[in-house]
Ligand binder design. Structure first.
Ligand code: HEC
Ligand code: HEC
Length: 237
């Protein structure tokens, strides 16, 4: 479905002062309501569906918000047909709670796994207007970046880890997302590491072998959870 939009905002505290270590990312995709049939054509209603991620890079606190199906209907007969855009009511507006779902947070982290943001060649096509070198979706740096989910009582977003393996030297290994991308023809070892693609294929194979046998059955391969607030990252027991 064409017309997706992605927007990055810097966080603010309650008094409106900028919080430069907090970033909000909004991802808006058009969905056509089921009740419409094709004869309605492009002048008909498109419902933008908005997913939002808020990330505090100091504590790792992450907020995952999804709008319920039925977001904000938009009449595409004017403006740019299909472009998913509109205004989400602020959190003080009662409609915000009606539109935004908070229950699916843990499901989000099944794919938003190594850190809050996922990079695909497609979404990285969106660049900051003032700097075409920089993707709109932030690149979270460091193999041990803090990450935990607000609204859940568990903070264990588990990923497989082999000490000194190159594939975990820049970011944690997003095993489910890696498999999802591979099934869709994007084999991570052919693109990673970004500056020298293909150079880590042995390390990549070691990660895949560990996953196949299970970290439980593989020497020096463990499930790890990220650092979160005051808590250090740890090996899952
Ligand atoms: C099945 C895997 C999967 C699940 C589950 C998932 N996402 Fe994503 N998400 C992706 C992928 C892949 C991208 C990158 C864009 C693309 O290529 O489609 C993405 C992109 C995003 C983006 C744009 C920023 C970024 O990280 O690239 C936001 C915001 C987002 N998702 C929010 C959510 C929320 C909120 C949930 C839970 C309600 C969720 N996602 C669940 C796979 C998933
Ligand atoms: C030198 C640092 C570096 C190394 C080493 C590295 N990556 Fe990455 N990886 C990145 C960066 C930066 C991104 C996000 C931006 C991009 O796609 O270029 C990324 C994105 C990914 C993604 C996309 C999904 C997501 O969650 O964003 C996968 C999958 C991935 N890497 C797997 C691997 C595998 C497998 C290896 C080992 C073969 C590896 N990476 C080694 C830096 C690295």
């Amino acid at each position: 479905m064409p017309g997706a939009t992605v927007v990055r905002k810097i966080g603010k505290d309650a008094a409106g002062n900028p919080l430069n270590h907090v970033v909000w990312l909004g991802f808006c995709r058009p969905e056509q309501p089921e009740q419409l049939d094709e004869s309605d054509g492009p002048g008909s209603l498109v419902v933008p569906n908005i997913d939002i991620i808020g990330y505090n890079s100091e504590t790792g606190a992450t907020c995952m918000l999804a709008t319920d199906v039925g977001g904000i209907p938009k009449d595409t007969s004017e403006g740019t047909p299909w472009k998913a855009e509109g205004i989400l009511p602020g959190s003080d507006d009662p409609r915000f709670d009606e539109m935004v779902e908070l229950e699916r947070t843990e499901e989000c982290a099944e794919c938003h796994q190594s850190n809050p943001f996922i990079h695909s060649p497609w979404i990285d096509g969106a660049r900051m207007p003032d700097n075409p070198e920089e993707p709109v979706v932030p690149i979270v740096s460091g193999p041990n970046a803090p990450y935990w989910l607000l609204g859940t009582d568990h903070r264990r977003i588990l990923t497989p880890h082999i000490e000194n393996n190159g594939c975990v030297s820049c970011h944690r290994f997003p095993n489910r997302t890696e498999a999802l991308f591979r099934e869709n023809g994007w084999v991570a070892s052919e693109h990673m590491p970004p500056h020298d693609p293909g150079s880590l294929s042995e390390d990549y194979q070691a990660m895949l072998s560990c996953l196949q046998a299970g970290p439980e059955n593989t020497l020096r391969c463990d499930w790890i959870s990220p650092p979160a607030g005051e808590c250090e990252g740890e090996i899952a027991q």
